[in-house]
Write a protein that binds this ligand. Structure first.
Ligand code: FES
Length: 161
């Protein structure tokens, strides 16, 4: 299958590129736009972005693999991110992750991104979400939650419709 970018997204991308004196400087913005549209950044998307910016695929691939906010695999409709850095680890983020996994039928020992079979939920550990004083901290899509108890975790999952 040939990888294509819908015309409105390409127009958005052209607009983004126009804001930078050098095309290459728009790399991260383009990756954000592509991920927002497709939910992840595939190999084909990496090549497309590289061609668009007159770069080699490796120049884009190294960004996708370096920055943890970029995903190479599709994620679920609801993406749960549990902070595992020191304050949150001490505040019980391991138990929180375990609780979500048990509830969603996922593997509590897997630390990378994993997604439920129905594609509804993904969970992964992430590093510090910059709210260390209110551990444990997590996000569900764009929503941020602090001091998350196991009961609150159930409430969050229950609210994902
Ligand atoms: S350690 Fe979790 S927010 Fe900083």
């Amino acid at each position: 299958m040939i990888f294509t970018i819908p015309a409105p997204l390409e127009a958005e991308i052209d607009e983004l590129i126009s804001h930078y004196p050098k095309k290459r400087s728009a790399s991260l913005m383009l990756l954000h736009a592509v991920q927002e549209h497709f939910g992840h950044i595939s190999r084909d998307a990496v090549e497309w972005v590289a061609t668009k910016l007159g770069l080699q695929p490796i120049n884009i691939y190294e960004l996708v693999t370096f920055y943890p906010m970029f995903r190479q695999e599709p994620a679920g409709k609801f993406q749960i991110k549990v902070c595992r850095t020191l304050s949150c680890a001490l505040g019980g983020s391991g138990k929180l992750h375990e609780h979500f996994c048990a509830k969603l039928g996922l593997d509590a020992h897997m630390h990378g991104l994993q997604t439920t079979k129905d594609g509804n939920f993904s969970i992964e550990f992430v590093e510090c979400l910059a709210s260390c004083g209110t551990a444990p901290v997590m996000m569900c899509n764009e929503d941020f939650y602090e001091g998350v108890s196991l009961a609150k975790a159930d409430e969050i999952v229950g609210g994902c419709k």
